[in-house]
Ligand binder design. Structure first.
Ligand SMILES: [Zn+2]
Length: 121
């Protein structure tokens, strides 16, 4: 019954991680193979915007999916997956970490000091 307490995306992720993990890992491998590696180690997806992924009827950002599946971590809607490398197009699991929305906001502020709005890339 505790499932009723979960947000729909959380319940979906819980299902993905606990009941469909092998397929989810394959999807992650496919995404990582399709990305190109940058000298700094980032794995960048093709195209101008952040890659999305559809799995088991739910669409989400590829890096969020990759983080959750790789770490087997059920993210809540408040968990924001951040890029330690500050490249929003990067999907390298090692460059991703989870933080709160407040952390993310702080990052945005730190970034704007450099005059580049990465969310627009
Ligand atoms: Zn990166």
């Amino acid at each position: 019954m505790s499932g009723l307490m979960l947000a729909p995306t959380e319940r979906w992720l819980d299902d993905v991680i606990h009941h469909h993990h092998p397929e989810a890992r394959e999807k992650v491998a496919e995404l990582l193979q399709g990305a190109s590696e940058r000298p700094e180690g980032c794995l960048v997806t093709a195209g101008p915007s952040r890659r999305k992924v559809r799995f088991l009827g739910q669409q989400t950002r590829a890096y969020r999916f990759i983080y959750a599946v790789t770490r087997k971590e059920v993210l809540t809607p408040d968990d924001v997956v951040r890029h330690k490398c500050h490249n929003g197009l990067c999907i390298n699991p090692e460059h991703l970490e989870v933080g709160t929305r407040a952390d993310n906001k702080r990052d945005d502020w730190e970034f704007s000091a450099y005059g580049v709005d990465f969310s627009m890339l």
